[in-house]
Design a protein around this ligand. Structure first.
Ligand SMILES: C[S@@+](CC[C@H](N)C(=O)[O-])C[C@H]1O[C@@H](n2cnc3c(N)ncnc32)[C@H](O)[C@@H]1O
Length: 229
């Protein structure tokens, strides 16, 4: 089984028992900023999982596409939106189960905002590049993408014994309940090369670090805003 199929199975089983319900604070900030820039903006929540940021997009008034390559996730997102988005200006325009690294249903230059939160680094380096290329393809000129990538200072990476460069690995330790999941944590220089190759201008990169489990685990993330000029 390839990495994609094994990760699809992983996320399907994972979200049978778990739900991510509270939005990430930096995503709130990003969408709040975008709300002011793009009037009646069109947004994609790629890798929507259980829909916490799809709901947030609706709350901020966006027309939202919610996509994930796991059917269960798209269904869970739809159910959450039905329950929670009864009085918001924004709405979901389409729920999509995408294939691997593209969302063919979404036309070129049709989106203002793409959120790919906690998503890209669960794919191979080549697939991450394809996802970035397609994000660029789907955005209108002046559109922005907000993505995050775990860094090499993250406990998941530090605790991993086998981690051949740029090949990715199946997570060995049960940090953040992702044991057995395929992940590819790339060096920052490689990420920058990929952003450039896809055509994006890097608007900002912030380092977000915090501990969990009474300081037993270090979370370390790049929070990246990409602009299609
Ligand atoms: C950690 S969860 C992220 C959750 C969600 N974005 C959030 O912030 O709540 C990872 C999600 O990304 C999805 N995913 C990973 N790679 C994907 C791809 N290439 N296309 C679509 N979905 C993908 C998985 O199915 C899973 O639902």
């Amino acid at each position: 089984m390839d990495y994609v199929e094994s990760n699809k199975e992983f996320w399907d089983a994972h979200f049978a028992n778990t739900s991510l319900d509270y939005p990430n604070e930096d995503v709130i900030r990003f969408l709040a900023k975008c709300k002011k820039i793009y009037e009646n903006g069109v947004m994609l929540d790629w890798g929507c999982a259980t829909g916490r940021h799809t709901v947030l997009g609706c709350k901020f008034g966006f027309q939202v596409y919610a996509a994930d390559y796991v059917e269960r996730c798209v269904k869970l997102t739809e159910e959450k939106v039905k329950r929670e988005c009864t009085e918001f200006k924004g709405k979901v325009v389409e729920y999509i189960v995408n294939q691997d690294t593209d969302i063919e249903k979404i036309k070129d230059a049709s989106l203002d905002v793409i959120l790919a939160w906690g998503v890209a680094f669960y794919n191979t380096a080549e697939q991450q590049q394809e996802m970035l290329n397609n994000m660029y393809r789907m955005l209108k000129q002046g559109g922005r993408a907000f993505c995050d990538f775990r860094t090499e200072r993250d406990s998941i990476y530090l605790n991993q014994k086998e981690k051949p460069a740029e090949e990715g690995f199946f997570v060995e330790s049960d940090i953040a309940s992702v044991k057995g999941c395929y992940m590819n944590i790339l060096p920052f220089e490689k990420l920058q090369e990929m952003f450039k190759k896809s055509g994006f201008e890097v608007e900002s990169v912030e380092l977000s670090e915090f501990t969990e489990g009474n300081q037993t685990r270090q979370n370390s993330w790049w929070h990246v805003t990409l602009l299609k000029k």
